[in-house]
Design a protein around this ligand. Structure first.
Ligand code: MN
Length: 425
């Protein structure tokens, strides 16, 4: 589908710095807080636009929405629930209002004054109240690397891996927004199988470079989403740092999978970038062999060419790039993940989060976790300031960046950052 809002030639009367993640072609959705207000907003360049003010001034009156109260809510779940058609109408309307050729907002000094704010004076809040959270394991390079390290290099992938998108139900209560810092978790580990387990702060805190999608509508228990329709249920994407404690994970995960090693904090980027904005960046995924079951079979390009970067910034130091990967490497695409999630009749809700799993590429500098980059501690990375890292140290800040760029337009997510604080006493 062609969206007018995606026209690379569109220019806005709102200033967009060169190289910004948020040109007028992006129009992401988020929640901002300032004073006593917590309201839905979008962003152009370094300016945020308060959607409640635009609703006050009647700018959404002609879109045919039944109820405009969702533009005043402190989370976007109701907005997500509207579904694709209404979301597209809102995004197209915003694009029109921000375009150089439209005077409605540009020349309404009162509305402009109330609605526009520099991003520096607001705080982002969680864009949705996340009901359920699933973490997949859909990068073949990542699953192969982990299998080689911990099991059998000759049979790195489990027999099910190429037949279904492996995933587990995670915990949503500990998902926080970029800028929230996380204490190093404490727990049980067993570093040496010939000795008893130990208790204490994790020594192997790691990031996982992931992209998450947030669902829009809901389904009834018993209903399955056909794979061909699955993308219609996706609101948009965020960058996701699925923090992991590898030493806790190794001891606890048998037989039911990861538990406390994953639920001490996971971090999302603040702006939900719509699938519509990412439409120009579709690419084919890897060939799937053997052929997948019909309920997982997709046609056309279902992957997205989104460049991903991870930086580590030690306290009082500059950031070092440690990973450059791409969302296009995913073996299982989002439509397949959602079709698989619901094939048993499991119901979904607006604002659920589905994370990709660690996104590793084919080369050692594209691995999406310290576990792989430093190969289980055997090849520590040297940072710009000279220190070595096998895992994350206290007061290290992890920064994930993501953007799609085709030479005509750049659609980005803004930074996803979090600092690991020392374990609580
Ligand atoms: Mn993960």
């Amino acid at each position: 589908m062609i969206y007018k809002a995606n026209d690379p030639l569109l220019q806005s009367w709102i200033n967009v710095p060169v190289g910004s993640d948020f040109p007028v072609q992006n129009i992401p959705f988020g929640i901002i807080a300032f004073g006593d207000s917590v309201v839905p907003a979008t962003r152009v360049g370094d300016t945020v636009v308060d959607l409640s003010v635009l609703a006050d001034f009647g700018f959404f009156d002609e879109l045919g929405l039944d109820d405009l109260s969702l533009f005043y809510e402190p989370v976007l779940n109701s907005f997500a629930a509207l579904g694709k058609q209404a979301r597209v109408a809102v995004r197209e309307r915003l694009s029109g209002l921000f375009s150089m050729s439209c005077g409605d907002l540009q020349h309404n000094a009162e509305a402009r004054e109330l609605a526009l704010k520099p991003v520096s004076v607001i705080e982002n809040r969680m864009p949705v109240a996340i009901g359920d959270y699933t973490d997949f394991y859909s990068s073949i390079e990542h699953a192969t690397n982990v299998g080689m390290m911990f099991r059998d290099p000759a049979n790195a992938l489990f027999p099910n891996w190429r037949h279904l998108p492996v995933g587990y139900h995670g915990r949503s209560s500990s998902i926080v927004i970029s800028g929230a810092n996380i204490h190093r978790p404490k727990g049980q580990t067993r570093p040496d199988d010939s000795h008893p387990p130990q208790f204490g702060p994790s020594k192997q805190v790691d990031f996982e470079l992931e992209v998450g999608f947030i669902t829009s509508g809901s389904t009834r228990l018993g209903e399955s989403i056909p794979v061909a329709e699955a993308e219609e249920h996706i609101f948009g994407l965020v960058l996701f740092n699925d923090l992991s404690a590898r030493d806790l994970q190794r001891w606890e995960y048998v037989p039911l999978g990861p538990f406390l090693s994953k639920s001490f904090g996971s971090v999302i980027s603040p702006w939900i970038v719509t699938l519509e904005a990412l439409e120009p960046f579709r690419v084919d995924g890897p060939v799937q062999e053997p052929e997948v079951f019909p309920y997982l079979k997709t046609t056309g390009p279902r992957n997205f060419d989104i460049q991903l970067e991870v930086y580590i910034q030690p306290e009082n130091s500059s950031p070092s790039a440690v990973c450059r990967s791409n969302f296009k490497y995913m073996y299982w695409n989002m439509a397949q993940q959602l079709a698989h999630q619901t094939i048993n009749g499991c119901n979904i809700n607006p604002g659920d989060l589905y994370a990709s799993g660690t996104i590793s590429g084919p080369t050692p500098d594209s691995y999406g976790s310290m576990l792989e980059l430093a190969w289980k501690g055997t090849k520590p990375l040297s940072l710009a300031e000279g220190s070595l890292r096998s895992f994350i140290h206290d007061n290290d800040c992890m920064i994930i960046k993501g953007f799609a760029d085709n030479g005509m337009v750049r659609i980005g997510f803004g930074d996803n950052l979090t600092t690991i604080l020392p374990a609580t006493p």
